[in-house]
Design a protein around this ligand. Structure first.
Ligand code: ADP
Ligand code: MG
Length: 203
């Protein structure tokens, strides 16, 4: 697949329970393309997570349009919406969102639901564990990991499905400076051909 463009056309958003004119996002126009990393900066409460949720198809616009290539988001069928969220986008959050009851390997395997070939699954998991430097940790539970290791599991879970877009919501917000740098370097390295959205309130 060649370059993919995501285009925002007068995008506005207001939460359902807000006043009629209380917009979190108002008339945003922008084009994003794969192969680049975009930093979305702004102070706490400025609407960064809201924007990321819209880009990831987790919420619906109040006004305006988002185009994936030539296709308008609002024309997606339920199946297309599901595929966009499950296969096209990989999500990485500040609080990792790992499942405590599952091991490292099981958390990562959750992303491969759509692959039924067990051998292929094992191969992909082994590869990604090497990429995020977690070989030997596959049977640990999240509570037995450091913050940086947890975020590496979340990165593996997001990137094992080979997404086109990687949406990161303050991915280093809970990490010290040195670990943050390692996580950002890793994200940069293994999301080369993707479109990366990096949300941060921090330079
Ligand atoms: P950021 O990620 O930049 O800190 P958010 O996108 O989380 O900002 O929030 C933007 C604004 O929308 C804030 O004023 C916040 O209080 C409000 N907000 C966030 N989530 C909801 C919600 N579920 N319902 C109503 N208002 C919300
Ligand atoms: Mg936020």
């Amino acid at each position: 697949m060649g370059k993919v463009i995501l285009k925002l056309d007068n995008v506005s958003y207001r939460y359902d329970d807000a006043e009629a004119d209380d917009y979190v996002l108002k008339d945003i126009n922008y084009s994003f393309e794969t192969g680049k990393v975009y930093a979305i900066k702004g102070k706490s409460g400025s609407g960064k997570s809201t924007l990321l949720n819209l880009l990831g198809g987790l919420d619906t616009l109040t006004d305006g349009k988002i185009y994936l290539g030539k296709k308008d988001f609002s024309s997606f069928t339920e199946k297309e919406k599901r595929e966009y969220k499950a296969s096209f986008c990989g999500f990485i959050f500040q609080d990792y969102k790992l499942i405590d009851e599952l091991t490292v390997k099981e958390n990562i395997a959750l992303s491969l639901e759509l692959i039924s070939d067990e051998e292929e699954k094992e191969k992909r998991i082994d590869e990604i564990l090497k990429e995020v430097d977690l070989v030997g940790y596959e049977n640990r539970y999240p509570k037995e990991l450091s913050g940086g290791q947890k975020q590496r599991v979340a990165i593996a879970r997001a990137l094992i499905k080979k997404p086109k877009f990687v949406l990161c919501d303050e991915p280093t917000g809970n990490l010290d400076q040195k670990t943050s740098k390692q996580i950002l370097d890793l994200l940069k390295r293994i999301s080369k051909d993707c479109l990366v959205f990096m949300v941060s309130h921090d330079e």
